[in-house]
Design a protein around this ligand. Structure first.
Ligand code: HEC
Ligand code: HEC
Length: 298
């Protein structure tokens, strides 16, 4: 049986020997080079998620008709959650979605909504279920907004979800099998709360935060409350010191986030050492007749 390489032997090749030989050598060289390249690529670390793309433009990039209007409505609700007639009954504190999802979720670093829609449906360890983007938004009402979960499919819920989905328009799906988080979620610093010094955090808070959030943490005209009855409850992501550290590092002081990781950790420990509303699931679900199926066992 004749194998491929046998064809390389000059006497088995008819006419134009040199050309054929050179061509075959080049093919062989290319094969070696290509296999080297493959090994190099295999050895590279896993690809970093792509740069956060810039957001679409609310004036020029909206789809026409009722869909575009619904997206615009969702943006208004995200920015004015506590006062908007469609959402205010579901809010239990002085925050809006934009208080943490800065610039209505278009800030690329601070709990951005850019790319969020790509990750869903996603596995949620907390709910022990696969949840949708709509579920995820509704759960933030119960915890971060210390309010009531709007019913699935309600106008407020569809509008918010439409807006967040639109922010990922045109990008490739990246469904998340590990947790309900988009590909550009707040950078995780993996701090250990045992290394926090809340006393140092107090001083830093007074110097760098109190002007806007009040030395009593209850907020001012320049910033919402960061503890007390009008703040996020103890079931919220930010109620955990490592999550708050990550977020502060990316977001605060507003407009000039410049804390070192240690400073962010110390301040997070100080802020979260204060009382805030307690989270009890039953109190945050709508009445059973409007509930549908809440996506958790507990
Ligand atoms: C007190 C702060 C806070 C408030 C207020 C808040 N959230 Fe969140 N939310 C978070 C944090 C922190 C995360 C985790 C995201 C991250 O780490 O990037 C999150 C995650 C989300 C996600 C998942 C994002 C993703 O990329 O997978 C959605 C959707 C969401 N929130 C919607 C909302 C909506 C809608 C509102 C208003 C009704 C709201 N949130 C209010 C803090 C907040
Ligand atoms: C210049 C004023 C200003 C400064 C200084 C500032 N913040 Fe904020 N902060 C804000 C505003 C305003 C928001 C809400 C964002 C929005 O609505 O756009 C906010 C949001 C927050 C939130 C999420 C919403 C809430 O109230 O729970 C936390 C937590 C927070 N800031 C903590 C801090 C900490 C800690 C510091 C100091 C390192 C700090 N901020 C410095 C103005 C400020």
């Amino acid at each position: 049986m004749r194998k491929g390489p046998a064809q390389l032997e000059p006497d088995s090749v008819q006419g134009g020997n040199m050309t054929v030989q050179i061509r075959l050598m080049l093919i062989a060289l290319f094969a070696v080079a290509a296999s080297g390249l493959m090994t190099t690529l295999d050895n590279l670390p896993a690809a970093e998620p792509p740069e956060t793309p810039s957001p679409p433009d609310l004036e020029t990039d909206l789809p026409p008709g009722p869909l575009g209007e619904t997206i615009r409505l969702g943006r208004e609700i995200v920015e004015n959650t506590g006062t908007h007639p469609l959402s205010r009954e579901y809010v239990g504190n002085a925050l809006t979605c934009s208080s943490c999802h800065l610039d209505a979720g278009t800030d690329p670093q601070a709990a951005t909504f850019l790319g969020s829609a790509l990750a869903y449906p996603a596995w949620s360890p907390r709910e022990q279920r696969v949840i949708t983007l709509e579920d995820r938004s509704l759960n933030c009402f119960m915890r971060s907004m210390n309010g009531t979960r709007p019913p699935n499919g309600s106008r407020v819920s569809v509008a918010i979800t439409a807006y967040i989905t639109w922010l990922s328009q045109g990008q490739a799906m990246r469904m998340n099998p590990d947790k309900p988080l988009g590909p550009h979620s707040t950078r995780q610093l993996n701090v250990d709360p045992a290394n926090a010094d809340a006393k140092r955090g107090r001083q830093l808070y007074m110097d760098r935060c109190a002007d806007c959030h009040g030395s009593d943490g209850l907020g001012s005209d320049d910033g919402p409350p960061v503890w007390g009855p009008q703040s996020y409850n103890d079931g919220a992501g930010l109620a955990r010191i490592p999550k708050l550290t990550d977020w502060l590092k990316a977001a605060m002081p507003l407009g000039d986030p410049n804390l070192t990781t240690q400073e962010a950790l110390d301040i997070a420990a100080f802020v979260n050492s204060h009382p805030r509303p307690k989270f009890e699931l039953e109190k945050h679900l709508p009445p059973p007749e409007r509930r549908g199926e809440y996506n958790a066992e507990h």
